[in-house]
Design a protein around this ligand. Structure first.
Ligand SMILES: [Zn+2]
Length: 177
């Protein structure tokens, strides 16, 4: 399982969005799955499981927990698309439990955890494209120190406040490096 720099994962998501002309907020993650030929089903998965991806003969089917809130379902779907784009040659089954806290860099991790972190980074980049987030902040001269800003950005991109907070802090890391 090779190390993928965060910037390369970001580039993968950007290329996908641009090639499908889907660089618009909120990102239509269901349409992206459809364009990739992925089947998406909303199914009962119990309390713990957010979603899963099954690959059979190169075709992917994604199951999303029907009981979860829509912002979480969108993130799960983007995460499974990430597994499909980045990892479909490595495994035929991905089952995802709670993972939303895992956003750190993958350099120090290995194996399965590394895959999960990469899928999360991809999901964040897909749902909150850097270009669109920066544009939103600049055009509206948003104050990032203001709690309302975070809530508004999360609403605009149809993601959780927590996901947006992680994304903004990761983007600042990019800016300073
Ligand atoms: Zn996963």
């Amino acid at each position: 399982m090779r190390y993928l720099p965060t910037k390369e994962i970001e580039r993968n998501a950007t290329v996908l969005l641009e090639s499908l002309k889907a660089m618009d907020r909120p990102v239509r993650v269901d349409a992206i799955a459809y364009r990739l030929g992925l089947m998406v089903e909303f199914v009962p998965l119990g309390e713990e499981v957010s979603g899963l991806l099954v690959i059979e003969n190169g075709k992917g089917t994604i199951g999303i927990n029907e009981a979860h809130a829509s912002v979480r379902q969108r993130f799960t779907l983007a995460h499974e698309i990430g597994h499909y784009i980045l990892h479909k040659d490595q495994s035929e089954l991905f089952i995802d439990k709670k993972y939303t806290a895992i956003f750190r860099d993958t350099r120090s991790s290995s194996g399965e955890l590394r895959r999960e972190i990469q899928a999360n980074q991809f999901a964040a980049a897909l749902l909150m494209p850097r270009k669109l987030v920066e544009n939103e902040i600049n055009v509206r001269a948003l104050d990032l120190g203001d709690d309302c800003t975070l809530r508004k950005l999360a609403e605009d991109f149809e993601v959780s406040i927590q996901a947006m907070a992680y994304r903004l802090s990761n983007m600042e890391i990019f800016v300073s490096s």
